[in-house]
Design a protein around this ligand. Structure first.
Ligand SMILES: Cc1ncc(COP(=O)(O)O)c(C=O)c1O
Length: 456
């Protein structure tokens, strides 16, 4: 390996060098072609190398790329804020632009706390969240995250915000079954609020569909309606972290629409610029903004690059592309096809325990035994085996946490660009099928799973 000074995810791993991208495909400098089966980190929603976006990048750069938000506003930033308010159903929203999903959730947390302070209620400083969740890597965002693996190294520095169990029906942590459970995992929030005291709680944050920490865990029907009711009853703001699920990824512009529920604060990132520039946003409802507008008139947050004209112009162009190419509808329609085909794949691959998701955000959870649902032993690192084999075969997948307590399990996200066609989904599935066959062969050769039974 050439000498490097770049800190990559694994310091002892060799990574291919990217050359270029085109639609759902990526090419490394050796000419190897990959299907971007995960849109990177569920980001490249409109695919790679889109001409219209490249033109917009140039157009805006020729005018102005950067101004400081306390000296100027800009047309693209104003337009983007208006556009997002229009897209978020059920009321008017204000936008605070930041550079990453972690900053968006951390800003959401701060605005929620400030909201209560400006109403003269000083003690509501705590945020509640779920186990098996991921809201970002900065200390505030990680405090809200119930991703045990990502928390582990920093536990002494973190707040204990993860409080309630995830809506993980495949392995219900409350040992119940939907619908007889009566949304027990949602009503747990009420018990938590009562135990802690609502006078201490500013907000509850949740990813509408759990991504990195769960592999596309979809809560049952009615779940968020129950959550919202409890939040309203106890004066707790509801923050929907749509950093991964937003901008059409799940077949609706915002995933919470599947539950016909509105959040007080929404966070966006990833698909909002589809990776063409770093930008994320915290959308704040009129209700949450009101006491701040009447009070200090200053939202205490901000970053040097917040609301810069370059990034906001790019995000506007990406949203325009999503709308003019009907990508939200495509996500729903082609997502249904992908989901059905993944379920069919389950019949021929004994290591697939569960297929879940909505739209083009699908998850596969792996098990060592289909009946008992036992996960593979940690040291096998099945997720890495699948992801590595996929990449070798020309298919990129996103590794997700899963399993009991989100600790001892394996899952991947299959979430290609929303532009993917049916023929391209078939191409993706062919490589995925081969990849799983290769992994199973390796597991059989090592005696980890039994040899195939002969039915003659
Ligand atoms: C739901 C959710 N929130 C927040 C984040 C953090 O975003 P970023 O990596 O851009 O900081 C992520 C990243 O995966 C995410 O999936």
């Amino acid at each position: 390996m050439d000498e490097t000074r770049l800190i990559k995810p694994l310091l002892d791993k060799e990574y291919p060098t990217i050359s270029h991208g085109d639609g759902i495909y990526l090419y490394d400098i050796n000419g190897k072609k990959y299907i971007d089966g995960s849109s990177g980190a569920i980001t490249a929603g409109i695919g790679h190398g889109v001409k219209e976006i490249i033109e917009e990048i140039n157009k805006q750069a020729h005018k102005i790329s950067f101004v400081y938000r306390s000296q100027f506003t800009s047309e693209p930033a104003e337009k983007l804020a208006k556009k997002l308010s229009e897209l978020a159903k059920g009321g008017e929203y204000w936008s605070f632009f930041v550079n990453s999903g972690s900053e968006a959730t951390e800003t959401a947390m701060k605005i929620a706390i400030q909201h209560w302070q400006e109403k003269g209620i000083k003690g509501k400083n705590k945020i509640l969240s779920r186990w098996m969740s991921y809201h970002g890597i900065t200390i505030g965002a990680l405090s809200m995250s119930g991703h045990t693996g990502r928390r582990a190294r920093f536990v002494p520095l973190l707040e204990d915000y993860p409080t309630i169990q995830p809506p993980y029906c495949f392995r219900c942590p409350l040992h119940s079954t939907f619908p007889t459970c009566n949304h027990m995992c949602a009503t747990e929030l009420e018990h938590a609020i009562n135990r802690i005291g609502s006078e201490h709680i500013a907000a509850f944050i949740a990813e509408p569909i759990i991504g990195a920490a769960g592999g596309a865990i979809v809560p049952p029907p009615g779940y968020y309606q129950v959550i919202k009711k409890i939040c309203e009853k106890y004066d707790v703001l509801f923050i929907a972290d749509e950093v991964m699920t937003g901008m059409g990824r799940t077949g609706k512009m915002f995933a919470l629409e599947h539950w016909d529920t509105q959040a007080d604060i929404i966070t966006l990132g990833k698909g909002m610029s589809a990776g063409y520039t770093p930008i994320a946003a915290t959308l704040v409802s009129e209700k949450v903004m009101e006491p701040i507008q009447k009070g200090s008139k200053l939202v205490m947050s901000g970053h040097t690059f917040s609301a810069n004209p370059q990034s906001t112009a790019v995000a506007l162009a990406v949203i325009d592309y999503i709308e003019t190419h009907n990508l939200v509808e495509n996500s729903m329609k082609n997502g249904n096809y992908l989901f059905k085909k993944l379920q069919e794949l389950q019949h021929s691959h004994p290591i697939i325990g569960d297929v879940r998701g909505k739209g083009l955000m699908c998850g596969i959870e792996f098990v060592s035994d289909m009946i008992t649902k036992f996960p593979f032993k940690k040291e096998i690192d099945l997720t890495s085996l699948v992801v590595t084999e996929g990449q070798k075969n020309g298919l990129l997948l996103y590794p997700a946490a899963a399993g009991i307590e989100g600790v001892g399990g394996d899952a991947v996200l299959v979430a290609p660009p929303l532009t993917i066609t049916i023929a391209q989904i078939d191409e993706l599935l062919e490589i995925l099928d081969q990849t799983l066959t290769d992994v199973e062969t390796e597991l059989r050769n090592k005696g980890i799973i039994p040899l195939e039974e002969n039915c003659d």
